[in-house]
Design a protein around this ligand. Structure first.
Ligand code: ADP
Ligand code: MG
Length: 472
């Protein structure tokens, strides 16, 4: 019964959150009547540009633009969104100006104007939890009861990390300080941090788990409310500090320097610090060198992709936890097919179980292969590869697209990536993992915005199509 609730719940989420709303953007709006000459000049300039730039670039960025007005040597061109304007402005304005000048026969200027009625929504952040409390304590950590040492399957890919994590709980602050755990997404870093946290808390240590995003938010709030001293004080009392996904501190100088001071203070007091990241500390960029060197003071351990035997053991443990009887040939099939992280492994098994539950079909290898073939065909690009592809297309860094930056260009690229991942079959909560552990509702909202945008903004729609057709 419990099993069916879990699985049906997950499936319902998937169905309910599947479609975005169409009604977020204002539509229509009026424009100045097109001046015939502006129209003609721009059409001629577009003709030139069309042969100068790659076709996808033309289709994506230039095709839906219109010459609107021409006054003395200035041509006003209407573009469909602020993002297109910015893209053209930063990458192509010289080429555009040249093309227009060539058409008019004199040096011309081009002004890109965005439709005034186009509403671009920024990501919403949930309201601060302690907004009215002038002296908020550190948020209490609720450790995930699933993420324990007992439920962690040990194999050659993770045993070093596992035993180091255990050693850290046995003697916090003495064995390895800090312990730096790195490895790509879905391989159990957060699981280990929680395992350390709940065991340390059970043994009476004052322990705090915090994601880097949360840390950044709280630091920003402390600055805003002029509570910096308090903010730092809160950490002083800790005996174990677990900080997750520090790669998201990249480029945030102020937050890094606050963390650096807290780190030093805690380290001096023999507080155990455990850091998780998706890469070795040497590869964190842009990152404060002093902080990086602190990360290298203790022990650095890597978690890699589990091998076949470990994947089988993880699946069996997962099946056992949700009390599902899964034949061993089905386990073997999934362990062979799902090779991209533990999360995918568990997700694949959940899919097969859900389908069997819905259709009443027994759990067989044939069923698994039918379900997963479709799922993997849709996911032939790994989520990471899709995100890189989108970031490259929009010309922004991987850190920015995954991180918390809120400017329009970055938000749009991030939303596009999330929408593509959604279309590839990932659920909002799965997608959130790739974007700094954003929560499901934030992701679902971003996807809604992107999908509404795709319906009203043909340039955006074309970018998405282009992205879907680009090979990695
Ligand atoms: P990361 O933080 O590295 O992205 P998580 O810790 O969130 O990954 O792990 C993703 C999922 O995989 C979680 O459900 C976690 O419990 C599970 N998992 C990862 N590694 C193991 C393992 N060795 N044994 C059991 N479950 C694991
Ligand atoms: Mg994690």
């Amino acid at each position: 019964m419990l099993t069916s609730h879990l699985i049906v719940g997950a499936l319902l989420n998937e169905l309910v959150l599947g479609e975005g709303s169409d009604h977020i953007f204002n539509q229509g709006g009026s424009y100045m009547s097109l001046s015939t000459s502006a129209h003609a000049v721009w059409e001629a300039a577009l003709g030139r540009l069309q042969v100068q730039v790659p076709r996808p670039t033309y289709e994506t960025w230039l095709k839906d633009t219109h010459g609107e007005l021409i006054a003395s040597n200035r041509l006003i061109v209407r573009v469909p969104s602020p993002f297109v304007a910015e893209w053209l402005e930063t990458r192509m304005i010289a080429l555009i100006t040249d093309a227009v000048s060539a058409v008019t026969g004199r040096t011309s200027e081009v002004e890109l104007r965005v439709r005034e009625d186009q509403v671009v929504l920024n990501q919403v952040e949930p309201p601060p939890a302690n907004f009215s409390n002038p002296n908020p304590p550190l948020p209490k950590t609720a450790f995930n009861s699933r993420y324990t040492f007992e439920s962690f399957v040990i194999g050659p890919s993770n045993h070093f990390a596992f035993y180091s994590a255990q050693a850290v709980v046995d003697q916090p602050g003495t064995a390895y300080n800090p312990l730096y755990i790195h490895g790509s997404v879905g391989l159990g870093k957060t699981h280990l941090l929680h395992a350390i946290g709940s065991k340390a808390a059970a043994e009476g240590y004052r322990v705090q788990y915090i994601s880097s995003e949360q840390f950044t938010t709280e630091f920003t709030r402390a600055i805003r409310d002029r509570r910096m001293d308090e903010f730092q004080q809160q950490y002083k009392a800790l005996q174990v500090l677990l900080i997750d996904d520090v790669q998201f501190l990249a480029g945030k100088d102020g937050t890094q320097s606050a963390f650096f001071h807290i780190f030093n203070e805690l380290h001096t007091n023999d507080c155990q610090i455990v850091v998780a990241a998706d890469r070795p500390s040497g590869s964190l960029v842009p990152f404060n060198d002093r902080l990086k060197s602190r990360f290298e003071w203790g022990l650095s351990v890597e978690i890699t992709e589990p091998d076949y035997e470990t994947r089988v053991a993880i699946l069996e443990k997962h099946a056992g936890r949700i009390a599902a009887a899964v034949p061993s040939d089905v386990v073997a099939y999934i362990a062979t097919a799902a090779t991209h992280g533990v999360r995918q492994l568990e997700g694949s098994l959940n899919k097969v179980l859900a389908m069997s539950q819905f259709s009443g079909e027994p759990i067989t290898k044939a069923l698994a292969s039918r379900i997963l073939k479709t799922a993997y065909a849709a996911r032939s690009n790994s989520p990471e590869a899709v995100i890189i592809k989108v970031a490259t297309f929009y010309g922004i860094s991987l850190q920015d697209i995954k991180g918390g930056a809120r400017n329009k260009a970055i938000s749009q690229a991030r939303q596009a990536a999330m929408l593509l991942l959604r279309q590839a079959g990932l659920r909002p909560d799965e997608i959130g993992v790739y974007f700094g552990q954003r929560d499901r509702t934030t992701v679902a909202y971003a996807i809604q915005k992107a999908s509404a945008r795709a319906n009203t903004d043909s340039t955006f729609q074309k970018s998405l199509e282009a992205l879907q057709n680009v090979e990695n």
